[in-house]
Ligand binder design. Structure first.
Ligand SMILES: NC(=O)c1ccc[n+]([C@@H]2O[C@H](COP(=O)([O-])OP(=O)(O)OC[C@H]3O[C@@H](n4cnc5c(N)ncnc54)[C@H](OP(=O)(O)O)[C@@H]3O)[C@@H](O)[C@H]2O)c1
Length: 284
């Protein structure tokens, strides 16, 4: 690892205040990168930065920003340029999901999900990808999901947003072939993080029957795949099987099964009983 921070390559990670993003921060710090961490919760970012600083020679920069707000990706890019923190590696990890019927969930929250999962990820890929391509080196890791290859009733927009990320990343990777810029989509399955609480799916059928991976394992497998120049990295054997099912099993079967996985287990309030404007964070 290079001890001079000015000589270290920079990695920018969105959604680094916990979960998979925090685990990516450890992977990249261990590989010698100076880090820029972005999320909304500044005190959680500071906790991650302090923990990382105690293990390495440099302290990560922390930027508190809500990337679901229109114009936030451009604002982040301008801030990065102003501070001279242009990343060699970008990890577009920030994202969230919402479980419930599309017409019943709060429409503003669902648009915010599209802004974060799709728009901010796309803008950051383009804005920072241009700098990487001009320098002839760098890399982008976009965190999608096994959900990206399946239809997802009761989580329709989340699943569709992850399908967008998968296809966008594959295509960008093909466009940048030979440019020196590596583009990789990482597709985790169920992973032990704060994701399910925010999505309102802690008591879902999916959570009842799945065995979550650790965020550390997801980041390690994802980063190793990126280093091996893989276009898509699916974490874990079960998740690879789920991806295969998406190709082999007809939609007439997939739709009811995935829809059922996103219902609440017996005893939990029915999704259909939730008010049309229900906010999902009311129980947090
Ligand atoms: N956990 C799973 O089972 C799973 C499976 C497949 C894919 N994924 C994907 O993995 C990625 C990371 O999720 P996770 O599982 O690690 O969940 P998590 O623990 O909830 O972490 C999400 C991260 O995104 C940040 N974030 C959320 N909203 C944001 C916003 N508006 N602006 C900026 N940052 C925001 C959060 O920080 P703040 O709240 O502080 O902003 C946090 O750092 C997501 O893209 C998710 O779709 C997760």
């Amino acid at each position: 690892m290079n001890p001079d921070p000015d000589q270290q390559p920079i990695a920018l990670i969105t959604g680094a205040s916990g979960g998979i993003g925090e685990a990516f921060a450890y992977e990249l710090a261990a590989d010698g990168y100076r880090l820029v961490l972005v999320a909304r919760t500044v005190n959680e970012l500071a906790r991650v930065a302090d923990d990382l600083a105690s293990q390495s020679s440099t302290k990560p920069e922390c930027i508190g920003m809500d990337l679901s707000q229109p114009g936030s990706a451009a604002a982040l890019s301008a801030l990065i340029a102003e501070r001279g923190l242009m990343p060699e590696v970008l990890v577009n990890n920030a994202g969230f999901g919402l479980m419930g019927k599309t017409l019943a969930l709060d429409v503003d929250e669902q648009v915010g999900m599209i802004n974060l999962n799709i728009t901010a990820l796309t803008e950051l890929s383009v804005l920072f990808g241009r700098h990487m391509a001009a320098r002839g080196k760098g890399g982008i890791i976009n965190v999608t999901s096994v959900a990206g290859s399946l239809p997802g009733p009761n989580m329709s927009i989340y699943y569709a947003s992850k399908a967008y990320i998968l296809r966008f990343t594959e295509a960008l990777s093909a466009e940048l072939k030979g440019s020196g810029v590596q583009v990789t989509a990482v597709a985790p399955g169920v992973t032990r993080t704060g994701f399910h609480k925010r999505a309102g799916m802690e008591r879902s059928v999916l959570m009842k029957y799945s065995i979550p991976m650790s965020s550390e394992a997801v980041a390690r497998i994802g980063y190793q795949g990126f280093l091996r120049k893989r276009r898509v990295v699916t974490t874990g054997v079960f998740n690879k099987f789920a991806m295969l099912c998406s190709l082999l099993v007809p939609n007439a079967v997939l739709l009811p099964v995935t829809g059922w996985l996103h219902t609440k287990v017996a005893g939990a309030p029915e999704l259909s009983q939730q008010p049309l404007t229900a906010k999902r964070h009311s129980d947090e």
